[in-house]
Design a protein around this ligand. Structure first.
Ligand SMILES: NC(=O)c1ccc[n+]([C@@H]2O[C@H](COP(=O)([O-])OP(=O)(O)OC[C@H]3O[C@@H](n4cnc5c(N)ncnc54)[C@H](O)[C@@H]3O)[C@@H](O)[C@H]2O)c1
Ligand SMILES: [Zn+2]
Length: 333
């Protein structure tokens, strides 16, 4: 088991990789706890949940709404939840985003922690303190930045994840490797088969490396005033592809990463050979590098994202593996 600490504005957040779900009680405070999970995770794992009241939400982006948060608040009221209670989210990125937001806002904030149950949430969503819900068609428009007390990343609960969800996590891991550098990148190149089969030592190393890079960056720039923006690598086009296609988040990020490579080559920042190496790694993990969305649809989706007021966006360019930077680009030059 390895522990990483993020020093947030409101305290410390421990990320525990290689820890077992079954050891959860070691991390829970004495006193009342309420669990928030989704129906799938509840069906698969409620037999190993600690014995506390459970609020179960639905699945899919459509339920990541204020209505779901209202439902949670009503349940909190009927359970008599007050500021002394602890909220435990058990699930993927959606559960963590919704549970983190509900906990951060109810009675001006309860303490909370996560057992992260998807590869994407272990390597990305549950780390860094961002939470929130979608609103009026805008993704994550309403939310806070508030660190959980702990996040448990137990690789053994990934065995029940559908293959497409696993691939989704690898898109974010590859993004982290491009940001991190040669060691993580070549490890991914050399261990693709084992990684995709969730070989325990390989996947635990990749989860750990991802959490290291993300928590270091978040530790230096929790509120995304600067450096944290590099974690959006592949996501500017990625989000726009996601809105305009049937690709899921990870598939869209993979195709967005390929577009970031292309644009970086076009601007003279990145060698074609290095771009090819990154694209080949995406292919090795069976991720899509092409999509069918027209450029005009992508740019208007990017312009609409978060109600942007002008046509400039912060774009993450790649200079080399381990060397990425942010520069403003004009969407409608
Ligand atoms: N807060 C952040 O920094 C951040 C970062 C990246 C992504 N996100 C958010 O994360 C969300 C996506 O998260 P996700 O990919 O984990 O999706 P998800 O939470 O929807 O989970 C995917 C599916 O897998 C099921 N599932 C979860 N754990 C399982 C398990 N162990 N076995 C079998 N099935 C399981 C879920 O019920 C769901 O159907 C998006 O809403 C995205 O905006 C947030
Ligand atoms: Zn992402």
């Amino acid at each position: 088991m390895k522990e990483l600490v993020i020093k947030g504005q409101c305290g410390l957040s421990k990320i525990l990789t290689g820890e077992k779900f079954e050891n959860i009680s070691k991390y829970l405070p004495a006193g009342d706890v309420v669990i928030i999970t989704d129906v799938n995770v509840h069906r698969l794992y409620s037999n190993i949940f600690p014995s506390f009241p459970v609020i179960s939400i639905g699945t899919g982006e459509e339920i990541k709404t204020l209505e779901t948060v209202n439902h949670i608040f009503s349940q909190f009221l009927s359970l008599g939840v007050d500021r002394s209670w602890f909220v435990l989210g058990i699930g993927g990125g959606i559960v963590c985003d919704v549970a983190g937001y509900a906990a951060s806002t109810y009675m001006r904030g309860l303490s909370f922690g996560f057992v992260s149950s998807t590869l994407l949430s272990q390597v990305d969503a549950s780390v860094g303190g961002k939470n929130g819900v979608n609103f009026a068609g805008y993704k994550n428009l309403v939310g806070t930045i508030n660190q959980p007390d702990f996040v448990i990343c137990d690789a053994s609960i990934l065995k029940t994840l559908p293959e497409r969800e696993i691939k989704c996590g690898f898109a974010e891991i590859i993004k982290h490797a491009v940001i991190s550098g040669e060691e993580m990148f070549s490890f991914l190149e050399n261990n693709a088969d084992k990684a995709m089969k969730l070989d325990q030592s390989v996947i635990e190393k990749l989860i750990y490396d991802s959490v290291v890079i993300k928590s270091e960056i978040v530790g230096r720039d929790e509120l995304e005033k600067g450096e944290r923006r590099i974690l959006n690598l592949g996501h500017t086009f990625g989000h726009a592809i996601e809105i305009n296609s049937d690709f899921n988040h990870g598939e869209s990020v993979a195709a967005g990463l390929k577009m970031a490579c292309d644009l970086s080559v076009k601007k003279g920042f990145l060698k074609e050979k290095t771009a090819e190496r990154i694209i080949n790694l995406l292919k090795k993990y069976n991720l899509p590098t092409e999509h069918k969305v027209e450029m005009s649809k992508l740019t208007s989706a990017i312009a609409k994202d978060k109600k942007r007021e002008n046509s400039f966006v912060n774009f993450v360019f790649i200079r080399d593996v381990g060397d990425v930077f942010v520069e403003k680009i004009d969407l409608f030059p």
